[in-house]
Design a protein around this ligand. Structure first.
Ligand SMILES: [Zn+2]
Length: 206
């Protein structure tokens, strides 16, 4: 799922000046800002600027296989098979899904298990896009660190279903982990008794 931010407003061109020439210059200055912003967008394809002290957004969730059936409650998402996830995780997922269903909430697996190759391809794309491994690491995970590759993470959609899990998943071992990913949950049986850990800013540690 793409998370993008708009450019925001550039503000109103000052009109208090009595000199029309100065107003014209202001207009051109504003246009210059827009052009500069567009050039930046062209270079990275992104409409987001890192802000000091703020977590970087995960720009695009790594897509899983596109072959999953459409999510029954929201056609924008798929509902992948849990194949390849750790067996105890699949069992815990099925238990939570049944509990949600009993409360008329449908949980779709928009992204579950990823292969190492799949995660590596996505990371390689990020390297291409951001120009270096160091930069790419701020936006994408390598196979060694992805909980989807480990088979213990599920990206749940639609978001109101994810928020049900945020409220009720802890005692079932499912916790949201990252402030910037409302849809990403990880399973750990220890959460059932210890409760969910504090949210981290993002999966990439930024
Ligand atoms: Zn995820």
């Amino acid at each position: 799922m793409a998370v993008r931010r708009g450019l925001g407003s550039f503000g109103v061109v000052p009109t208090t000046s009595t000199s029309s020439r100065r107003t014209v210059i202001s207009v051109f200055a504003a246009l210059g800002l827009v052009v500069a912003a567009m050039v930046t967008l062209g270079a990275t394809g992104l409409a987001v600027k890192p802000v000091n002290g703020q977590a970087l957004a995960v720009l695009e969730e790594v897509p899983g296989p596109e072959s999953g059936p459409t999510c029954a409650v929201d056609k924008r998402y798929v509902d992948e098979d849990t194949f390849g996830m750790r067996p105890d995780v699949i069992e815990a997922w099925n238990a939570m899904r049944a509990k949600a269903k009993a409360q008329n909430i449908t949980l779709c697996v928009n992204d579950g298990k990823r292969s190492r190759g799949q995660q590596q391809r996505e990371f390689d794309k990020a390297v291409e896009r951001f120009g270096s491994v160091e930069q790419a690491k701020k936006w994408a995970l390598q196979p060694e660190t992805s909980m989807h590759v480990k088979g213990i993470a599920v990206d749940i959609q639609p978001l109101n279903s994810a928020s049900w899990v945020d409220k009720h998943g802890g005692p079932l071992g499912w916790c949201r982990r990252y402030d910037n990913e409302k849809w990403h949950f990880e399973y750990d049986p220890a959460y059932k008794t210890a409760g969910c850990p504090a949210l981290l800013p993002s999966a990439t540690g930024n």
